[in-house]
Ligand binder design. Structure first.
Ligand code: NAD
Length: 375
């Protein structure tokens, strides 16, 4: 196996998830590349200490510039609050490292433009994180659309729902403030996940009408005192896309206030002859529609563990979040080696940029109560 040395900047929720995906790389079968977690930079000492016992760990630092100066590192994964994306991503690229960037790829459209341009200027391999399309059910819908078996497309729905903001006593964090999360709020949190497959299928929205909602206006801060929370919590984007030579309605839903949902990503495409729907709340289950003669049928199939990158896990078992994180990393590393062989790749910089163009139009639409063109 070729070893690729990785540095992580930001060892919080996602930094640890990635370390865990690397630690069980042995689960993947016949992989010619292997990530070695070489260094972690985080401003919190407590966070850094969590990584100390991991094998191969050569550098723990509070200053990410020290990590970038290490010539042994090939690829850097960055998972920090959104207001830090632009500076850190630009520094990674300037240091001559390849980058797997967390979404939303900059706090706003202007930041995403600068990061995209820097990736090209420095000639680095840059991708953005979005793991849910690596679930077998998501892959099935993606392939179903490409088979053109659905007839004339009638409706596309892509969304991501959770309910972690329903509890008003949940402490404030950087994701609840526009200064650190971005004016786009929940769209920055969940939007790239909803647009990865539509954009890859060529469905970039042309026009958007947005309905944005806020949630709880203050939450307890570190000392228990109320802290203002001003981000959009729910976003419904009603868009038009071009598909099969026709304008088709596509609805994008991003919600932190979706009663009952823990972490439900879904993708649904319906046409006159067929369609498919998949929701991670039932991680194995694919629903397929077909119309034959006068009969309309919805079928429900259990998919099992049919991942794009084969694993030792038994074919009848259920996939979960740690599995799709690992699959996404396999896609990143295999594409970097030129070995993807037609499998789905991670989000490209131009797709992350396109997602920001949609979110910027959505902000204008909500403010003016108008239908806005996406530039
Ligand atoms: N792909 C996904 O499913 C997914 C899920 C959650 C979050 N995210 C994204 O991951 C990123 C991080 O989110 P998170 O939930 O892991 O946040 P987090 O708050 O859990 O972790 C962020 C970490 O960054 C560290 N940090 C802050 N400033 C730093 C600096 N200057 N240098 C080094 N480290 C610094 C913090 O100490 C913290 O440990 C965001 O872009 C977020 O949108 C992605």
């Amino acid at each position: 196996m070729k070893e690729i040395r990785i540095g992580i900047i930001g060892g919080g929720l996602m930094g640890r998830e990635v370390a865990s995906a690397f630690a069980r790389w042995i689960a993947l079968v016949d992989m010619p590349v292997r990530p070695i977690l070489h260094a972690v930079a985080d401003v919190s000492e407590k966070v850094r200490e969590w990584f100390r016992p991991l094998p191969g760990m050569s550098l723990l630092t509070g200053d990410y510039h020290e990590l970038l100066a290490d010539p042994a590192i090939d690829v850097v994964y960055v998972a920090v609050p959104h207001h830090l994306h632009e500076q850190i991503y630009l520094d990674v690229l300037k240091a001559g490292k390849d980058l797997l960037a967390e979404k939303p790829f900059g706090i706003d459209l202007a930041a995403a433009e600068k990061i995209t341009a820097a990736g090209t200027e420095h000639g680095r391999f840059v991708r953005c994180s979005s793991e849910f399309p690596f679930f077998p059910g998501a892959q099935a819908v993606f392939k179903g659309v490409q088979s053109r078996a659905f007839g004339r497309l009638l409706e596309i729905r892509s969304g991501f729902h959770h309910s972690s903001d329903l509890d008003p006593t949940k402490p404030a964090n950087w994701k609840r403030s526009s200064k650190s999360c971005g004016e786009i709020g929940v769209m920055g949190d969940l939007g790239m996940h909803t647009l990865h497959l539509p954009l890859r299928l060529g469905w970039k929205p042309e026009k958007v009408y947005a309905q944005l909602q806020k949630g709880v206006s203050t939450r307890p801060g570190p000392d228990g005192q109320p802290v203002p929370c001003d981000t959009w919590d729910n976003a419904m984007l009603h868009t038009w896309v071009q598909a099969g030579g026709e304008s088709v309605p596509m609805r994008l839903e991003m919600k932190r206030l979706a009663p009952g949902a823990t972490n439900s990503w879904y993708f649904e495409v319906l046409g006159t002859e067929g369609g498919m729907r998949y929701n991670t709340s039932e991680p194995k289950t694919l629903h397929t529609f077909r119309r034959t003669g006068g009969t309309q049928v919805w079928e429900r199939a259990d998919l099992g563990f049919g991942m794009p990158f084969p694993a030792i896990t038994g074919g009848i078992f259920e996939p979960g979040f740690p599995d799709i994180m690992q699959q996404m990393w396999a896609a990143y590393l295999m594409e970097r080696e030129g070995l993807l062989n037609g499998r789905l790749s991670c989000v490209r910089p131009e797709e992350a940029l396109a997602s920001h163009q949609v979110f910027a139009a959505a902000l204008r639409s909500h403010a003016n109560q108008t239908v806005e063109s996406v530039s």
